[in-house]
Design a protein around this ligand. Structure first.
Ligand code: ADP
Length: 168
């Protein structure tokens, strides 16, 4: 019997990638043979960084994690329905991060709907280290916009990119 390769899909907006996302990815690679990080176009959220910038910044952070874990990580943009994209990349499960109770409500509904679309793809939830649980891209952007220190929330390259964005 051949053992099926376990492919995980971690979708998000990653506008920009934070240490919270990085922590979730470091945990996710322990469970899979391959990880796809799906970067959603997400026009509704009017992202600060373009899709191309988000893909590039996210990819840059993946090299170290992939090397350390030996798990290949692909960063792929997507605009289609999440479950359709999961099927396209042959994902067996979707990884999501859970922060507080506020995340639960939304995720609870999403899982319910996604199960109806494809009941073979499971959603698993991971929690970041306590040091990173409160981090949200939205708040990091707000702090950066107002000139606050963001170095403890995002990787150094992202902090630089955020500072450059708001200096303009
Ligand atoms: P989305 O637009 O899908 O919420 P995000 O980029 O904001 O995309 O987040 C992607 C995933 O990462 C979500 O499951 C979110 O809950 C999770 N996540 C984001 N920040 C953290 C964090 N600090 N700790 C744990 N999970 C997180």
């Amino acid at each position: 019997m051949t053992v099926k390769k376990r492919i995980g899909l971690y979708p998000g907006t990653f506008d920009p990638i934070t240490l919270g996302h990085v922590d979730i990815i470091e945990r996710a690679v322990k469970m899979v043979d391959e990880l796809v990080v799906g970067v959603a176009i997400n026009r509704d959220k009017a992202p600060l960084f373009s899709l191309d910038e988000r893909v590039r910044m996210t990819s840059a952070e993946m090299a170290t994690i992939s090397k350390k874990s030996g798990v290949p990580i692909r960063v792929v943009p997507f605009e289609t329905l999440l479950m359709k994209f999961a099927e396209e990349v042959n994902a067996n499960f979707i990884v999501r991060g859970l922060r507080a109770v506020s995340d639960f409500e939304y995720e609870f509904q999403m899982v319910g709907m996604n199960q109806k679309l494809n009941d073979d793809i499971e959603t698993v939830f991971l929690m970041a280290d306590v040091r990173y649980q409160f981090i949200a891209s939205r708040l990091v952007k707000e702090i950066a916009r107002l000139g606050g220190a963001i170095d403890s929330f995002v990787p150094p390259a992202v902090a630089k990119a955020l500072k450059a964005k708001f200096q303009k």
